[in-house]
Design a protein around this ligand. Structure first.
Ligand code: DGL
Length: 251
């Protein structure tokens, strides 16, 4: 079984990519709705939640854990790796590299939470590429809340997305990295506003491929007898219900 967690429904965007490669697996998905959003929380707080969720997922039988949240990866993955050294953790990577290698304008944009953008993981990655490419960041203000409410299109979504996206378009960014797993749910709105000349980059497919490699290394079977997705949410029944609907709709 693969354990996977996020502050809410965002990690489902990663789970869908994983399931394309491993359709005959069992998944335990933990949505930490009671504490969503993670974006402005302290690293210590997120580490505590990550430990709690890891214990839970291990108790469900997870053989490997995907931290399907950029903010939690930034804040907690090194802590998890040192405290749970018997299990492998797969985290999100800010996809700056493919954006930096392919830009034509020489400007790339990164949309992520404040926690991700201030973290050393992102800053180190940025440091590698910023000599050759201009890298501009924006927090997707209100994006996570929209996705959690299921508002994925229409005037409100367009206005909210436009506010954070426009500054990146204004500086002529032609590659925009989605550095938060909630944001791919808003991809159609982002693409509509950005237009066809801008390429949107979601790291989830690469993370899914990396997971498969690590499972092969660890000898974790790709198929399980029992398949499907079990859902646990720390939040109120309404948020759990919304996520369940998203799972049922997609399954
Ligand atoms: N989906 C998460 C991320 O990738 C968390 C967003 C949030 O809870 O603020 O960063």
């Amino acid at each position: 079984m693969i354990g996977i967690f996020d502050s809410g429904s965002g990690g489902l965007s990663v789970l869908w990519e994983i399931r394309k490669l491993l359709p005959e697996q069992a998944y335990s998905y933990y949505a930490d709705n009671a504490f969503c959003p993670y974006g402005e929380k302290t690293p210590a707080f997120i580490q505590e939640r990550a430990r709690h969720i890891t214990d839970y997922l291990l108790g469900r039988g997870a053989q490997i854990i995907v931290v399907a949240c950029n903010t939690a990866t930034t804040a907690a993955i090194s802590t998890l790796r040192s405290e749970y050294s018997h299990i492998r953790f797969i985290g999100m990577e800010p996809a700056v590299k493919p954006a930096a290698l392919n830009t034509r304008t020489g400007v790339i944009g990164v949309l992520a939470t404040a926690g991700t953008l201030n973290g050393s993981k992102y800053l180190t990655t940025k440091g590698i590429y910023e000599d050759n490419v201009k890298i501009v960041e924006q927090v997707g203000q209100g994006f996570v809340e929209l996705v959690e409410r299921g508002v994925l299109d229409g005037p409100e979504a367009e206005e909210t997305v436009g506010r954070s996206l426009q500054p990146l378009l204004d500086v002529n960014a032609d590659r925009i990295v989605l550095g938060c797993t909630h944001y791919p749910f808003l991809r159609p709105v982002i693409e509509k506003i950005a237009g066809p000349a801008v390429e949107i980059i979601d790291p989830a497919p690469a993370v899914a491929r990396h997971l498969v490699e690590v499972m092969r290394e660890e000898g974790i079977p790709f198929r399980t007898e029992r398949t499907g997705i079990e859902l646990t949410s720390s939040g109120d029944p309404a948020s759990a219900e919304r996520i369940l609907q998203m799972i049922q709709y997609h399954a």
